[in-house]
Structure formats: structure tokens, C-alpha cells
Design a protein around this ligand. Structure first.
Ligand SMILES: NC(=O)c1ccc[n+]([C@@H]2O[C@H](COP(=O)([O-])OP(=O)(O)OC[C@H]3O[C@@H](n4cnc5c(N)ncnc54)[C@H](OP(=O)(O)O)[C@@H]3O)[C@@H](O)[C@H]2O)c1
Length: 257
């Protein structure tokens, strides 16, 4: 496969890094010259990477093309390009629907929306795909986990979960800050929290039949300290407010542009 990228920014770099650190990968990757520093860094670090002279040269050398530009400029950038009907376009642009992208890439029949996360650089984490596509699922499956969905409304609802990363780290920071203020060495507190939550993060995948509600109940021993924190946060409305925020994000994601 010849894989092109229009827009070589943070997310494209993460995908290329995940791909090119796969043992034995020989995929030919063609990068757009912007961002110059990121493209040059990837080409210096990995084999089978070329930097095209311009965006059209990326298309001309590629079978599959990932769109990694920001939404604000996507329409203008794509309007200048001549796509072939046999191109397979994979849009990483979060805010445009599949149909909107299809309208911007002219004769292309095969258009897939993909939402990877930055951890794809170390081949961890899920990529949501719409519509289901065996080749794109195989590609992202090698770089973590591919989750194909049948409808764009399901894609949009799943993408709401990606709005929670910062709050998750704030949760960990709150624990870390409390530990530091209570006599625990900062580095040791960080090691402890990082290792603890890496281990807890394994629980849903190692017990795939357990619901999240079941896991919460399992860890909340009656009369115990987990039960107390869970009860107090629940009584303060923390989770209800969190659910409302998710609803607000969903409205924002699905609002007409
Ligand atoms: N980062 C994420 O975690 C994430 C997650 C989900 C979806 N996305 C989506 O992925 C897309 C890229 O996000 P990002 O975080 O990678 O953004 P980014 O780091 O800003 O990358 C965008 C890249 O596009 C380049 N660019 C600007 N004008 C261009 C042109 N005319 N032709 C080709 N490339 C051009 C920019 O180069 P210069 O630096 O030279 O301007 C920049 O390197 C966005 O649409 C975003 O919605 C990102």
C-alpha cells in the first residue's frame, strides 16, 4: 500500500510513528511538506518515507490518503486537489461528517472517517471507524484496536468519550496533589498513581463480562473506604454533573456547522 498524508501534524505523526515502529513494516508513506519539521523528523527516523513536493504530489503517489489538516482550512486545501476515483480517503478531521468529506474529494467513492487517539504512536488505544471497512480496520487494528460502527450517530456518540482525557488527568492530579501535601515524595507519588491506574485500567479488558457498574460495586466493599468516596462524590452530584457535560459535548459535536 502507498499511504499518503495531507497534513503532517500531531495526529499524522502519531499514526506514522505507530506504523513505522511495527516490526518489519514496509508501507510506503508519502507526507505532505507541511509541517516541514515534523515531516523531516519522520523521514529521518524511519525508512520508506518520502516528503512530497506539494499536496497534489502526495495524492499522485498514494492509494490511500489520510486527511490530517485542521477543519478550518480543510475545505480550501481540498478544493485545490485532483483526487482519482480509486483513491481511498480516510478523514481524520473530527468535525466533518463522512458525507461532507465525500463532497470535498470529488470522484472518490471510498471515504472512511477515523478517530484515532494520540496513543496510537505506541500502538495503544482505539480508533473508531465509520463506515465499516475491512482494509481500514486491518490497518488501525495493527496500531491498537479498531472499532467499526454502522452509523455516524454512533460514531458521534463514541467521540464524546474523547472529551474526557483532560478531566481524567485532573482526577489523577488531584490524588497526586493530595499525596504530595501529605508527606509523600512527589516522584514516588507519581510512580504510585501511574502504576496504580495502569493496573486498574486493565480490569475491564481482563474481565470482559463485568459491566462497569459491576466493577464499581466490586471495588466498593460495604463500609469500606472506596464505598465512602464513591458515596460522597455521588451525593455531591459529581457524576450527574459529569453526565450533563457529556450531553453538552454531544450537542456541540452534532450541532449543524
Ligand atoms: N490531535 C489529536 O489528538 C486529534 C484527535 C482527533 C482528531 N484530530 C483531527 O486531526 C486533524 C489534525 O489534527 P492535529 O492535532 O494533527 O493538528 P496539527 O498538529 O495542527 O496538524 C495539522 C497540520 O496541517 C498542516 N497544514 C497546514 N496547512 C496545510 C496545507 N495547506 N496543506 C497541508 N498541510 C497543511 C500544518 O502544518 P503547519 O504546522 O506548517 O501549519 C499542521 O502540521 C484535525 O482535523 C483534528 O480535528 C486530531
Amino acid at each position: 500500500m502507498k499511504l499518503g498524508f495531507i497534513g503532517t501534524g500531531a495526529l499524522s505523526a502519531a499514526i506514522v510513528t505507530g506504523l513505522k515502529t511495527l516490526p518489519g513494516d514496509t508501507t510506503a508513506v508519502i507526507l505532505s511538506p507541511r509541517n516541514e519539521t515534523i515531516a523531516a523528523g519522520l523521514a529521518a527516523r524511519f525508512s520508506d518515507i518520502t516528503i512530497a513536493a506539494d499536496n497534489q504530489a502526495v495524492l499522485d503517489a498514494s492509494d490511500m490518503v489520510m486527511l490530517g489538516v485542521r477543519p478550518q482550512i480543510a475545505r480550501d486545501v481540498l478544493a485545490d486537489l485532483r483526487f482519482r476515483p480509486d483513491h481511498h480517503v480516510v478523514s481524520l478531521i473530527a468535525t466533518f461528517s463522512r458525507d461532507e468529506i465525500a463532497a470535498m474529494v470529488g470522484p472518490v467513492h471510498r471515504v472512511t472517517k477515523a478517530l484515532p487517539m494520540p496513543m496510537i504512536a505506541i500502538r495503544k488505544g482505539p480508533t473508531i471507524l465509520f463506515p465499516p471497512d475491512a482494509d481500514v480496520a486491518a490497518f488501525f487494528g495493527r496500531l491498537g484496536k479498531a472499532i467499526e460502527v454502522e452509523s455516524e450517530s454512533e460514531f458521534d456518540a463514541l467521540s464524546v468519550a474523547t472529551a474526557t482525557y483532560a478531566s481524567y488527568f485532573k482526577y489523577l492530579e488531584t490524588i497526586h496533589g493530595w499525596l504530595s501535601h501529605n508527606g509523600v515524595d512527589g516522584g514516588r507519588a507519581r510512580d504510585y498513581v501511574a502504576s496504580l491506574f495502569a493496573a486498574l485500567g486493565q480490569a475491564p479488558e481482563t474481565t470482559p463480562d463485568a459491566s462497569f457498574a459491576h466493577l464499581a460495586a466490586d471495588y466498593a466493599t460495604r463500609g469500606g473506604i472506596n464505598e465512602q468516596v464513591l458515596r460522597e462524590l455521588t451525593e455531591h452530584g459529581t457524576f450527574e454533573r459529569f453526565r450533563e457535560s457529556l450531553g453538552d459535548i454531544h450537542k456541540r459535536i452534532t450541532a449543524a456547522p
